[in-house]
Design a protein around this ligand. Structure first.
Ligand code: ASP
Length: 582
């Protein structure tokens, strides 16, 4: 294998008994037993027990007394079968041990900030000493899983004749709905690159350039608050295809998901994945990324309560409810109300029916018999109501549904529910609600035949945009793109961009679209999210080698750091932050 070792620790079995081996690795544990010293030696393949016997190798035993956890060792000796009572059935190498003849300390370790087998180590400490954390089984498994998935995706893309094209990281702002990370340029003080939020426009240019099928495992940078499923920088499977319709794109993604599942030895989800329209997802689940591993669908009571004595219902544009399979206590309902308020509700009306069939509800006295007959849930359950405008009601019930799914453990953890959400609106009201902004990004095509309403009635136009969802997590988005400059300009105008601004920001795209652009579409899937879910991890930091913490810092290097004034001056920058505060 190499001059350091001729085998690895985790592969030795009873079949190797009698073999002479040279091993190298880390000290997992050292135990002294009446003259004998036992060392568990660990490398990336697993652990093996070394035995140091004073009769066989007195020198090696002397060396062994110096060993501490995580020292790097090289050992030479003979593989022997363990005595029956010493066999460890929990270890793949548990039937054998290595009787050591010579032992070398290759590298020493200072006392460790935490032990590798310690549970609940503070995450900042783990990240500060990531090289130690990486030696744990969890991180070894996760980083290797990440590799296996990416390798499977690359194989699939290659088989499907996609071309891996590198696109620039330093570019012009790409509108993906986040802030840009800005890069100053020494050679042109006062001018800045943006770190690409995605390769969106470059991949479209690849289609206009005749490449037909582009892909990249692309790094993207977005200046957003960090969350469980979000880092400043992340990788996505980014792809684009020419002369395709939506179904052609979805097909490729499904092939990648299935190949990834197979590569990690997991039963893949059945194809085709179900398709759900945005309108249906919002109406039935109150979310555009519902977890379909459980039902708990939103029910509608708008018509029923039009003339209700209960004014809150009668006066609301929409009244909808969920029936949770549990008779909640008053305290639990209080907590649910808090959650509903966080999602924008003013309060939470409910009908609880306990196991004995008794109805508990402050609003029951206002409801007619006909209303009660429909709305009263079965014994042992609770109807939770939201009344208001359609958007708020969906948000509130969607939020409650997701919460109840977790709280009541409604999802079967052995199920993998993949689905597509399709037919999103092209536009949504922008934040100050005076205009329109894109739902996906401004390059998404309208559903064929609705282009003429883009400017006259933007709110009514559906886009050819689709999202991929796994167990309630959005894995990624894509769309069929606009391939005509004049149509692209109508979208820009609907977003309030004048001719000059269009040219300044997207002149190169408009020029390219005007020189023979094929119909095209694509997708981007967040690799870290996909792998985190695959690994059963609660956040993407656990599958990324060197992630940042929620403040946006890297505990390992200490970045970001202030820069000397001289350096900033060269870049044409003057900081307004007091260096003491930075
Ligand atoms: N550029 C989009 C994103 O990064 C994906 C796409 O539309 O292909 O989310």
């Amino acid at each position: 294998m190499s001059s350091w070792r001729d085998t690895t620790c985790g592969v030795l079995t009873a079949a190797d008994a009698g073999r002479r081996v040279t091993l190298a690795g880390w000290t997992d544990t050292r135990r002294d037993h009446g003259g004998l010293v036992f060392v568990d030696l660990r490398d990336h393949t697993g652990k093996v027990q070394l035995v140091l016997n004073p009769e066989r190798a007195p020198g090696a035993v002397g060396t062994a007394h110096e060993i501490r956890n995580e020292f790097v060792l090289q050992a030479e000796g003979e593989v022997v079968l363990r005595a029956a009572e010493a066999v460890n059935p929990n270890l793949p190498t548990g039937e054998i041990e290595v009787q050591v003849d010579t032992l070398r300390i290759v590298s020493r370790s200072e006392p460790l900030p935490f032990q590798l087998d310690e549970e609940n180590v503070d995450e900042v400490l783990r990240l500060r000493y990531r090289w130690l954390d990486m030696r744990t089984e969890r991180m070894q498994r996760n980083l290797r899983l990440n590799h296996t998935v990416i390798a499977a995706i690359r194989r699939t893309m290659d088989e499907l004749e996609f071309v891996d094209v590198w696109t620039p990281s330093m570019t012009k702002g790409t509108p993906e709905g986040a802030r840009d990370f800005v890069v100053p340029v020494r050679l042109q003080p006062g001018r800045f690159f943006a770190l690409a939020q995605s390769p969106q426009l470059f991949k479209q240019l690849c289609m206009i350039g005749g490449l037909d099928r582009y892909y990249q495992i692309a790094t993207c940078w977005r200046d957003e608050d960090l969350r469980a499923d979000r880092q400043f920088e992340f990788r996505q499977l980014d792809l684009e295809m020419a002369f395709v319709d939506r179904e052609d794109v979805l097909d490729v993604l499904e092939a990648c998901v299935v190949a990834s599942f197979k590569a990690v030895g997991r039963e893949p989800p059945a194809r085709p994945f179900p398709r759900l329209s945005y309108a249906e997802a919002m109406a039935r689940y109150g979310s555009d990324k519902p977890d379909l591993r459980f039902g708990l669908e939103v029910e509608d009571a708008t018509e029923l309560t039009r003339r209700s004595e209960f004014g809150v219902f009668a006066g609301a544009p929409v009244v909808r409810y969920l029936v949770a399979p549990r008779a909640f206590s008053r305290a639990e309902l209080g907590r649910l109300e808090e959650i509903a308020k966080e999602w924008g509700a003013k309060g939470l009306a409910y009908l609880v029916v306990d196991e004995s069939g008794e109805l508990r509800s402050p609003i029951a006295k206002f409801l007619s018999e006909a209303e009660i007959a429909v709305l009263k849930p079965a014994p042992g359950s609770t109807a939770l109501f939201a009344a208001g405008d359609e958007e708020t009601v969906a948000r509130v019930l969607g939020g409650l549904r997701a919460h109840l799914g977790r709280e009541l453990e409604l999802a079967d953890p052995s199920v993998d529910a993949f689905h597509w959400v399709v037919d999103f609106p092209l536009f949504e009201r922008d934040e100050d609600r005076s205009g329109w902004t894109f739902m996906h990004h401004p390059f998404t095509a309208a559903v064929a035949g609705s282009e003429d309403r883009i400017e006259s009635d933007p709110g009514s136009v559906l886009g050819q945009h689709y999202d991929l969802i796994w167990n309630g997590w959005e894995l990624g988005s894509g769309s069929i793109r606009i391939h005509r400059a004049d149509v692209q300009q109508t979208v820009f105008r609907a977003m309030g961009l004048g001719e000059e601004e269009q040219r300044a920001k997207f002149g190169f795209l408009l020029d390219a679209l005007a020189m023979g652009a094929p119909p095209h579409g694509g997708f981007a899937m967040g690799i870290d999210r996909f792998v985190a879910l695959m690994a059963g991890e609660p956040d993407i930091r656990q599958v990324i080698a060197f992630p940042k913490v929620s403040s946006g810092s890297d505990p390992l290097t200490g970045a970001p750091t202030p820069y000397p004034e001289q350096t900033l001056r060269e870049l044409g920058i003057r900081s307004i932050v007091d260096p003491e505060q930075a």
